[in-house]
Design a binder for this molecule. Structure first.
Ligand code: ATP
Ligand code: CA
Ligand code: CA
Length: 187
């Protein structure tokens, strides 16, 4: 899978208006979650240098309290404007054991990143918008489309930029830094 993603900085006070606008565009709220992400660093290489990522995510659905975990690998970003990259993800039940497996293999966990994420979806276009309140980092929104093949990348980027334009979000609000990078630069 290829993850095509734009991340934009927002002020908390802008969010109610933002939500109204995306609902008007046909997005529907599908979930509110707490996500606790533990990233690992590589054994043979520094993922910060290679721009890869390996993580275990704990997701708690704040409506149903259902909890599950994902293991995710992300490849280096392959585009200069968006955060497009390979994304491989599986769902698992036992995050604690997964964590032990990584640690036994020598992967080093980074201090977890925690956020509250509201997820909106526009089904016809397979586009997801998330509103993220990231602990010690701030408020961000993300626009995402997952495609199967690199040949679909340009089309997806165009669709995401169209949405940005409709929402009057200027390109200088876009950030390519990860939440991890944003937090650790914040001290
Ligand atoms: P997702 O879009 O999958 O839900 P997210 O929005 O919570 O994830 P992002 O900031 O978009 O988080 O992506 C996670 C980022 O963390 C990746 O861009 C990855 O390159 C970065 N990262 C992973 N490990 C490290 C590390 N050791 N040091 C710095 N950055 C890292
Ligand atoms: Ca993201
Ligand atoms: Ca994403």
């Amino acid at each position: 899978m290829i993850e095509v993603e734009l991340k934009a900085k927002m002020e908390k006070m802008e969010i109610p208006n933002f939500i109204n606008n995306i609902i008007e565009m046909g997005f529907k709220k599908i979930a509110k979650k707490k996500e606790i992400d533990t990233y690992f660093n590589g054994i043979d290489r520094d993922f910060k240098e290679t721009d890869e990522a390996v993580r275990i995510r704990q997701s708690i659905n704040l409506d149903s309290q259902e909890t599950y975990y994902n293991i995710t690998y992300k490849g280096a970003k392959i585009d200069s404007i968006s955060k497009t990259r390979e994304e491989l993800e599986i769902k698992i039940d036992d995050g604690e054991t997964a964590r032990k497996i990584f640690e036994r293999l020598g992967f080093k966990p980074v201090k977890p990143i925690t956020k509250i994420r509201e997820i909106y979806q526009k089904e016809e276009q397979d586009i997801i918008i998330t509103i993220d309140e990231v602990e010690n980092v701030g408020t961000y929104v993300e626009f995402e489309k997952v495609v199967n093949d690199l040949s679909e990348k340009e089309q997806a980027i165009n669709e995401l930029f169209e949405i940005l334009k409709s929402l009057n979000i200027s390109k200088d609000k876009l950030v390519k830094t990860s939440y991890l990078g944003l937090r650790d630069n914040n001290g």
